[in-house]
Design a protein around this ligand. Structure first.
Ligand code: NAP
Length: 169
């Protein structure tokens, strides 16, 4: 069975996930959503994002890192020299993986993804690390939930789940 890929990201209305380094907004309810969605799952992450997130991984996560080997941030961390090896190796053991970024990893995996879980953060960053274009013809919105700005969230956001409308394989 092919490995099912879900990409999860928080993206500004002008298409950026970061202004340069780190996450450019503080949205506790989106962090809670990210934690709940990824809890106990197999995750695919690029080397730079892994370096930023080392304190965040839990023993329950299995973390598949694309890039040079680094110190393991959790008991189940594996490093892969290229994407083909990662997908092939993981695909022998599991049937689903969640891609958690960063920009270069989203760019390389979106064409193989069957689902996107995007937090559209209603702000403009103007520049930074991009998320690839979400082409309307390739995706169907299956769920969306709006969160207004409030005392804990300086920006409003909408969490939208897209399923692919393109036949993969
Ligand atoms: N808003 C969000 O939802 C969100 C989510 C995640 C990340 N981010 C942000 O995204 C930014 C990082 O994105 P990024 O594109 O700079 O970095 P990245 O995708 O996290 O990592 C890039 C690194 O991954 C490795 N890599 C990528 N493709 C590879 C391939 N085909 N084969 C082997 N290794 C490969 C290389 O690691 P080596 O250097 O080890 O060779 C490369 O330097 C950060 O600012 C982060 O905060 C935002």
């Amino acid at each position: 069975m092919p490995l099912r890929l879900t990409l999860i990201a928080a993206v500004s209305d002008d298409g950026y996930i970061s202004a340069g380094k780190g996450i450019p907004w503080h949205l506790p309810d989106d962090v809670a959503h990210f934690r709940a969605f990824t809890e106990g799952k197999h995750l695919l992450v690029g080397g730079s994002t892994y370096d930023e997130m080392t304190g965040w991984f839990r023993p329950q996560h299995t973390v598949h890192v694309l890039g040079k080997p680094r110190s393991p941030a959790a008991p189940k961390v594996r490093f892969y020299p290229d994407l083909g090896t990662l997908l092939q190796t993981a695909g022998r053991e599991i049937d689903a993986i969640i891609v958690i970024g960063g920009s270069s990893i989203y760019e390389q995996t979106i064409q193989a993804a069957s689902q996107l879980v995007i937090t559209h953060v209603h702000t403009q960053l103007g520049q930074g690390k991009p998320f690839p274009d979400i082409r309307e013809s390739d995706w169907t919105v299956v769920r969306q939930q709006h969160h207004p700005a409030d005392s804990r969230h300086a920006l409003p956001f909408s969490i939208v789940t897209y399923n692919t409308s393109v036949l993969r394989g």
